[in-house]
Design a protein around this ligand. Structure first.
Ligand code: FAD
Ligand code: NA7
Length: 487
């Protein structure tokens, strides 16, 4: 340890990336402190240590998605002989779910804290900002400030949901920061925004029995393969989610009975009005970089987004690094933040030279019918390599377990994007269907090992699974043959 500084590494932000880096650094012998602080949401929601994923992201989202899937399974089970009292009387208890989810989160907060203590990572509940490039001021809840000096500083502050600039949005709207701990059942809900968070929230709310409308400004799931995105949206529509396209909210007013009166504008500029119990904004997230007082160290931010355009996780200040959601144009995913944080710690304290590979990171949209993907979308592959060089293989399939309850198979579709010539390297894999996340994970490992289309075809499937459908795909879009199953 450099005697000039209190720590070898000071981490600002105790979320996925920050904690992973801190623990790895300590394991490599560094002296480390983590500052973590949660500013309450405009609705007053706050939470404990661990960051977005644990408290208001992946974990509560997956649990509520699971609650919705179970509801679906309960109804299907009657087709398999389960005798239910009267399927019509089956109701969901929001408060029970909310409590179960929050209890799990609290237990994770506790384990995280104990883990840091045993690993000798110093944790301080304070909001950090830069004083100079080796000094961070930590502002505690009681307003007191404490200075921390460190040789290296890691910014891992993540982001928070944005609100639109319309009357009533901040006062009456909620975001993903509030939904998972909402005291009262959400009721009739308007979800504004059709990114993955909007679709996932709308999906589980519909699955739990609420009336849900999604207001889409332009397209669904910008950045994802658009054919797959539309399959996901169409499936949600079939399940009863209302989609309003090319529309934006203009004003929200609270009515005497507590309901929310929403004025919204369609693509022709016409104003419409509707009443909801809950309005949830999922219009993107804002990096928490301004609060760091970046001007004090001349830390460069990307003007439009406030994010950090780091090179190999290093900012323009040589001893100041960044990982996770604050990074410009990097996937905003927990495992990405964790991996980058760990590798950075190894480079700083473990003589490693290994860099984070942000390419071909798999991801899944946990919509009612999940969408998992890895690598290039069809449109990105064509834009990069040209239509002539790309072959798109696709097929619809029928999961075995869908037959008995006669579930709709119209969204069970998959696609492989590959080079047309040479070794026919696989560039992208896309899957809509049950357990898409579980299925895509293994294929992403195969792609990491340079999977080619012939190798995929040589792979023997596991029958009867939905994952095996990837080994059966044979029809190219170019051939014009019908990708629907023939049986
Ligand atoms: P965070 O986990 O956000 O941690 C940052 C921490 O720093 C927070 O605790 C914050 O309060 C704190 N902080 C901020 N500023 C300061 C400061 N100045 N001083 C001290 N502390 C500060 N990813 C997936 O991989 N899979 C999913 O299924 C998934 N689902 C998601 C669902 C939702 C609803 C949301 C919102 C996100 C989801 N994500 C998912 C994304 C994932 O949560 C993030 O990519 C991940 O948490 C980013 O980690 P991070 O370390 O960059 O930041
Ligand atoms: P995303 O993926 O950025 O999606 C935001 C969605 O909200 C998207 O459909 C936007 O439409 C829409 N949007 C954005 N601004 C507005 C306003 N002002 N009014 C109405 N609709 C709007 O955000 P998420 O919250 O789903 O995800 C957060 C991050 O996690 C995201 O950045 C991912 O990378 C990971 P658009 O397509 O821009 O017309």
């Amino acid at each position: 340890t450099d005697p000039k500084f209190m720590y070898d590494l000071l981490v600002i932000g105790g979320g996925s990336g920050g904690l992973a880096a801190a623990k790895e650094a300590v394991n490599l012998g560094a002296k480390v402190a983590v500052l973590d602080f949660v500013t309450p949401s405009p609705q007053g929601t706050t939470w404990g240590l661990g960051g977005t994923c644990v408290n208001v992201g992946c974990i509560p989202k997956k649990l509520m998605h699971q609650a919705a899937l179970l509801g679906e399974a309960v109804h299907e089970s009657t087709f398999y002989g389960w005798q239910l009292p009267d399927p019509q009387t089956i109701k969901h208890d929001w408060a029970a779910l909310k409590t179960a989810v929050q209890n799990h989160i609290k237990s994770v907060n506790w384990v995280t804290r104990v883990d840091l203590r045993t690993q000798k990572v110093e944790y301080v509940n304070a909001q950090g900002y830069f004083k100079d490039q080796h000094t961070v001021c930590g502002k505690m809840k009681n307003g007191q400030e404490k200075e921390f000096t460190a040789k290296n500083i890691l910014i891992a502050v993540g982001g928070r949901p944005r609100y639109p600039d319309i009357p009533g949005a901040v006062e009456y709207g909620i975001t993903s920061d509030d939904i998972f701990s909402l005291e009262k059942a959400p009721g009739r809900t308007l979800v504004v925004g059709a990114g993955y968070i909007g679709l996932e929230c709308a999906g589980f709310l519909k699955g739990l029995g609420y009336d849900v409308t999604i207001m889409v400004r332009s397209i669904v799931l910008r950045g994802f393969d658009q054919q797959m995105a539309n399959i996901v949206a169409d499936e949600m529509q079939r399940r009863g989610v209302n989609f309003v396209y090319k529309a934006k909210p203009a004003k929200i007013e609270k009515q005497p009975d507590g309901s929310l009166h929403v004025h919204w504008v369609d693509e022709h500029g016409k104003i419409h009005e509707d009443v909801y119990d809950t309005v949830l904004f999922a219009i993107g997230r804002k990096a928490l970089t301004e609060e760091l007082k970046p001007e004090n160290i001349n830390l460069k931010l990307v003007a439009e987004t406030g994010k950090i355009d780091a090179v190999d996780e290093q900012t323009n200040i040589p001893n100041v690094y960044a990982v996770g959601d604050v990074l410009h144009k990097k996937p905003e995913l927990t495992p990405v933040a964790i991996h980058a944080g760990r590798l950075l710690a190894r480079r700083l304290f473990g003589n490693s030279t290994q860099q984070m590979d942000y390419i071909n990171v798999a991801t899944t949209v946990f919509s009612p019918m999940e969408y998992g993907c890895v690598g290039l979308s069809e449109e990105a592959a064509i834009a990069i390599h040209g239509e002539e060089k790309i072959e798109i293989y696709h097929m619809y399939y029928k999961p075995t377990e869908f037959f008995i309850p006669q579930k709709d198979v119209s969204s069970c579709y998959l696609k492989v994007v590959a080079f047309r010539g040479g070794d026919e390297r696989v560039l992208g894999m896309h899957f809509v269907g049950p357990h898409a996340g579980e299925i895509i994970q293994g294929f992403s490992a195969a792609m990491k090992c340079n999977l080619t289309f012939p190798k995929l075809k040589e792979t023997v499937g596991i029958h009867p699974t939905v994952a095996e459908e990837f080994t059966r795909v044979n029809i190219s879009k170019r051939s014009g043959l019908d990708p629907k199953p023939q049986s």
